[in-house]
Design a protein around this ligand. Structure first.
Ligand SMILES: [Zn+2]
Length: 108
């Protein structure tokens, strides 16, 4: 995953296309996997960084609990943390835009 900001409309288009393709793969995988496979994956990856696999460290940032990776510097926000940010975000802020994206990305 990259965190580079797309610089052109064309790049933004391809980033969105990639996200949509990967989202479809995710749902295909969920349909294909047995419950036992999903539970085995969860047990293997729970509390681990999605980028480097290191053990995540829970940290309290204000009133939000985040999971921080001391190895690569990545951060994971669970659904509860996102919901907190969503309910406390300033209107028209960059965070609001991110939260709006998150809301639409997590619709079934
Ligand atoms: Zn990491």
């Amino acid at each position: 995953m990259t965190t580079d900001k797309p610089s052109t409309l064309e790049e933004e288009y391809f980033v969105r296309e990639d996200a949509e393709r990967i989202r479809k793969l995710h749902y295909d995988e969920l349909r294909r996997m047995a419950q036992s496979e999903r539970e085995a994956l969860r047990a293997l990856h729970k509390g681990r960084c999605a980028e480097c696999g290191a053990q995540l460290v829970p940290e309290l940032v204000g009133e939000v609990k985040i999971q921080h990776c001391p190895n690569c510097g990545g951060t994971f926000l669970d659904k509860r943390a996102w919901q907190y940010l969503q309910s406390h975000a300033e209107p028209h802020s960059v965070m609001n835009a991110i939260l709006n994206w998150f809301k639409s990305a997590n619709k079934p």
